[in-house]
Design a protein around this ligand. Structure first.
Ligand SMILES: Nc1nc2c(ncn2[C@@H]2O[C@H](COP(=O)(O)OP(=O)(O)O)[C@@H](O)[C@H]2O)c(=O)[nH]1
Ligand SMILES: [Mg+2]
Length: 220
């Protein structure tokens, strides 16, 4: 389900006070600078430059909101961990991200982007610590998986799953590559389910089926 197709830019904010009213579901994307967050957003959106892909990491200091077809918002959080940023600026970004992850009522799920070659850095752990207490779902994209052999990628996947297992089943992890466009459907399935767009859940099936049209396939 191409839930991110035709996403439209809505607003950028630099301070918590600029946040639009909390209404409708928001899915946030977070990650270290250069982890591949903008590329992943663009890959999911099927868009070349929805989120700016830069060779100069750490430029995005804003929270950018994009409106999805379903009405939900995709929220692109500023990349963190870029060493060359002055301490004062870094504290401001972190304050903004922390405020958003801890306080935002309409935030229904977090997509955390990590470079599969350097997963779970201390700052990634910090994001997880801010967000996980909400009990809301988090999906980790281990991106740039094309840079690892199959065996190495699968070992990283197992290791990150094991390390995050104590957080519970609402935390899920997958491999992703924006270069190879791999992992797109898996990510879409997980996020569509958060938005209630994953098709009828088992419990929603009509109690009485009349035999015809018992398992209608969408699009037929
Ligand atoms: N090989 C490979 N390179 C990637 C992938 N995703 C991003 N990159 C590269 O990594 C760098 C940082 O990507 P970007 O999306 O700007 O990262 P951001 O700072 O997290 O938004 C760029 O040079 C991208 O071309 C991927 O899946 N595979
Ligand atoms: Mg970026």
């Amino acid at each position: 389900m191409p839930i991110f197709r035709n996403a439209q830019f809505e607003i950028s904010i630099a301070k918590p006070s600029g946040l639009p009213p909390s209404s409708g579901a928001e899915i946030a994307f977070a990650g270290r600078s250069n982890a591949g967050k903008s590329s992943a957003i663009n890959t999911l959106a099927g868009h070349v430059r929805l989120a700016f892909v830069s060779k100069t990491p750490g430029r995005t200091q804003l929270i950018n909101f994009f409106r999805l077809n379903s009405g939900a918002l995709l929220v692109d959080l500023p990349g963190y961990g870029y060493a060359a940023v002055p301490e004062k600026v870094r504290r401001e970004w972190q304050g903004l991200i922390e405020h958003y992850l801890r306080q935002r009522e309409s935030l229904i799920g977090l997509v955390l982007i990590m470079d599969s070659r350097h997963p779970l850095t201390p700052l990634d752990r910090q994001m997880i610590d801010w967000f996980a207490p909400s009990g809301r779902p988090m999906h980790v994209l281990l991106t740039k998986s094309d840079k690892l052999s199959r065996g190495a990628a699968s070992a990283v996947l197992q290791d990150v799953r094991r390390q995050l297992a104590p957080l519970g089943p609402q935390v899920t992890v997958q491999l992703f590559s924006s270069l190879k466009k791999s992992g797109v459907e898996e990510a879409e399935r997980v996020i569509a389910a958060w938005l209630g767009l994953g098709g009828p859940a088992a419990g929603d099936e009509p109690a009485m089926a009349d035999g015809a049209n018992k398992n209608p396939r969408p699009g037929e």
